[in-house]
Ligand binder design. Structure first.
Ligand SMILES: Nc1ncnc2c1ncn2[C@@H]1O[C@H](COP(=O)(O)OP(=O)(O)OP(=O)(O)O)[C@@H](O)[C@H]1O
Ligand SMILES: [Mg+2]
Length: 273
């Protein structure tokens, strides 16, 4: 497969992080920064907010991804990783802070409007229609399109050949790794400009995890920046250009993937030594 998602990115980009060595920076709280045009492609900046009228879960939390890059969010259970992703996608109110896509403030947009603007999101749970066939799931993904999406479907089948084989099977009958492929494929059907994945390798074996990471790198190489949450922190940081460690709704450490992997404190507290 040569050019699965069209001419929208630099396919020669090196996805692996080859930039900077050194020590990750603990994040100082309270500082205000403002995204400028030319800043990250997608940023949830200094987000504070929670669910409904409930307490704040996120506190001055920033996550972002640059064009051509993979950004990874790690942190303990309940740290607010999924909440931060949902905030960026417009599924909960950001009481303070902003979300910007390609320089445009989209903080007030609904999730549907964000999809129309080019955001693809694969949530952590309930990310496929289990009683529908694989192909119907992909068709559902294309719901906002008025044009012919057969080419995109062929590209998704190129990326995930097993889905083509199982296209008439109910998605609920597939293995965990295959279901995640359906979920990612569904998100790709909108031809997103940026892809957000919440724990795409949850519950799969290490071999399947490696395969999924390879496919994710392949998607990134087509020019779609990827912002993802991962519980396999070490492996994910290895493929990350940028990494965020969240703790209790706050940024604890931010750095390149390599910086975080090399940081003694990050290693001890979050990577098992
Ligand atoms: N729909 C919700 N309504 C109210 N509180 C919620 C909701 N979803 C999550 N929370 C709370 O927000 C906090 C952060 O949860 P979140 O799911 O964002 O963490 P996480 O880092 O994604 O954890 P995990 O690694 O288990 O996926 C938790 O205290 C959780 O109880
Ligand atoms: Mg989560």
């Amino acid at each position: 497969m040569s050019d699965p998602y069209g001419d929208r990115g630099n396919k020669d980009l090196s996805i692996g992080n080859t930039k900077g060595q050194g020590t990750a920076q603990p994040v100082k709280q309270g500082g205000k920064s403002h995204a400028s045009p030319g800043g990250p492609f997608l940023i949830g900046e200094a987000m504070t907010g929670g669910y409904g009228k409930g307490p704040d879960i996120l506190h001055d939390c920033t996550i972002a991804v640059e064009k051509g890059e993979i950004a990874v969010i790690v942190g303990p259970n309940g740290a607010g990783k999924s909440t931060a992703m949902k905030a960026v996608f417009g599924m909960l109110e950001v009481r303070q802070g902003h979300v910007r896509l390609d320089g445009e403030d989209i903080t007030k947009l609904s999730p549907q409007d964000r999809v129309a603007k080019g955001m693809g999101f694969v949530p952590q749970t309930s990310n496929i229609f289990t009683s529908m066939s694989v192909e119907e799931n992909l068709e559902m993904g294309a719901f906002i399109r008025r044009d012919d999406f057969q080419d995109t479907m062929a590209q998704v089948y190129d990326l995930f050949p097993i889905l083509k084989e199982k296209r008439y099977q109910a998605a609920g009958e597939l293995s965990g790794g295959q279901r995640q492929q359906v979920a990612v494929g569904r998100a790709l059907m909108t031809q997103p400009k940026v892809l957000m994945l919440d724990e795409p390798t949850a519950g799969v074996s290490p071999i399947v995890m490696d395969e999924l990471f390879d496919r994710i790198i392949e998607v990134a190489r087509t020019g779609i920046p990827i912002l993802m949450v991962e519980q396999n922190a070490r492996q994910a940081l290895e493929i990350a250009d940028k990494g965020y460690v969240l703790v209790q709704g706050r940024n604890a450490f931010t750095g390149t993937g390599k910086e975080l992997l090399n940081d003694p404190e990050v290693r001890k507290s979050f990577l098992g030594g």
